[in-house]
Write a protein that binds this ligand. Structure first.
Ligand code: KG4
Ligand code: ZN
Length: 445
């Protein structure tokens, strides 16, 4: 694949050469000069509307870089995942994550550029995640990017990691603003209305753990790394895989925040309930050391079901809130689901059933674009560049932010409406999730 700007400049030069030839031949200086001016104007207009951006991501444990154009073409990308090292350490250790980003960032950026066949001079801008995330990890990306920006004199676009997760869907699907988004990852769980590139209304967020964090901790507690087929995958993916063989009704979990008619989330209670179940089951089955519980699949299926059940109820209220407040276009109401947990097919399937029930379109980016990557950062750069928003005026003033709100918080307005919904029963078809049982999710007010 060739870099868009490169293609443009090659064809520009070729065309200019042809016209120069004609000019010499006819010796009609006035026409040539005029054409050259028109062409130059066309070329610069095209360049403005067709930017090519390098995106750099280092907010957590993935070092990612990508070159993306204005049409959403991924010209080149590269990703280094630290997952294996963190699995060995039983979780992300920030100084180790920092050192690995430091070790790999140059190679990853070079690889993305090489694959795109772009040179630094071909870029319209450089976009980098600066918030929110692990401070030590974010610092590596920002320091590297500042150096690159100084060397190349390119514009710099600081990126909000969650904004990037939310906008990725627009790169692969035709989605207009406004739309509703659920962002579920290892560090966040947020529901927001996306009214524009940088205009979000936050309906709710997690009060404690993020769902990905809960998945990862329970996978660790269940020692899923000791199962050879799951030794190299992340916690959420390991639980999803085992859940396919389990009974999601085997263990009872409470529904978090059931008394609160808002769109906030809480996963800590589900995590502690899972810890309690695991400890009791280990005692019952005499499990010690590295041994795995015989009913591990049932625990995974029940835990995954509990997480899905909680998420879908809060999302249902958000969908109803958007309808009541007429916040989305009547003829195209879209729910986008993104972030690492959006890779989970069971959660996707449950959300799809609720969306179908109240006439929303569910859009999930492909799993590769749901987890952290450089592509989403480059695309967010494209969105901002095209809209002329958020290009840093003073590079020295740009800094990282470990925590950062996503738009305007209107969660109190959601709570005030106190939306109560009727019980609905959703049957999850067996073929979608490959479980033995057909599950009913029962909604209570
Ligand atoms: O968005 P992401 O790549 O990084 C953060 O910004 O946090 O999300 C990573 C999280 C991890 O906690 C991982 O366990 C979870 O996404 N995840 C999943 C699945 N794949 C990744 N959770 C549930 N089911 C999955 N299939
Ligand atoms: Zn993320």
């Amino acid at each position: 694949m060739q870099c868009a700007r490169y293609v443009t400049s090659v064809s520009l030069n070729r065309t200019l050469r042809t016209y120069k030839y004609i000019h010499n031949f006819l010796n009609r200086n006035v026409y040539y000069k005029e054409f050259k001016n028109i062409w130059r104007r066309l070329y610069y207009t095209h360049r403005q509307s067709s930017p090519v951006i390098l995106g750099i991501e280092t907010s957590c444990d993935d070092t990612g870089a990508a070159v993306v154009d204005a049409d959403g073409n991924i010209l080149g990308e590269a990703l280094h995942s630290q997952l294996q090292i963190h699995l060995e350490h039983g979780g992300i250790i920030p100084p180790i994550a920092r050192d690995l980003h430091h070790k790999h960032i140059q190679g990853i950026v070079n690889m993305a550029l090489e694959r795109s066949q772009c040179e630094l001079k071909d870029l319209s801008a450089i976009a980098t995640t600066v918030k929110p995330g692990l401070p030590l990890s974010l610092s590596v990306g920002l320091k590297y990017s500042k150096q690159l920006v100084k060397e190349t004199s390119k514009p710099f676009i600081p990126i909000h990691h969650m904004e990037a997760h939310a906008l990725t869907a627009r790169m692969v699907h035709n989605i207009e603003f406004p739309f509703l988004v659920l962002l579920a990852s290892g560090g966040h769980c947020q529901l927001a209305i996306v009214r524009n590139v940088d205009d979000f209304l936050l309906l709710g967020s997690t009060l404690d753990d993020a769902p990905g964090e809960a998945f990862d901790k329970i996978a660790r507690r269940l020692k899923l790394r000791n199962i050879p087929a799951l030794s190299t995958v992340g916690g959420g993916q390991a639980i999803e895989t085992l859940a396919k063989e389990g009974n999601s009704q085997a263990f009872n979990f409470p529904t978090p925040l059931s008394k609160y008619r808002d769109c906030n989330f809480s996963f800590a209670g589900l995590k502690f309930r899972a810890y309690k179940i695991i400890t009791a089951e280990e005692k019952k089955h005499d499990i010690i050391g590295d041994l795995i519980l015989p009913n591990v699949a049932d625990i995974c299926a029940s835990f995954q079901h509990a997480i899905a059940n909680h998420i879908v109820k809060r999302v249902h209220r958000a969908l109803l809130f958007c309808e009541l407040e007429e916040l989305l276009p009547v003829n195209k109401k879209v729910l986008v689901v993104s972030g690492g947990v959006a890779c989970n097919h069971y959660i996707r399937a449950v959300l799809k059933l609720v969306c179908d029930h109240i006439d929303f379109e569910l859009v999930c980016p492909p799993p590769k674009l749901c987890t952290d990557n450089g592509i989403m950062i480059a695309w967010n750069g494209i969105e901002r560049y095209k809209a002329g928003i958020g290009i840093a005026e003073n590079l020295d003033e740009v800094d990282i932010q470990a925590k950062c709100p996503l738009g305007k918080d209107i969660s109190k307005s959601v709570e005030e409406l106190s939306i109560k919904f009727r019980n609905i029963k959703i049957k999850i078809p067996q073929k979608l999730i490959c479980t033995i049982t057909v599950i009913n999710i029962s909604y209570c007010s």
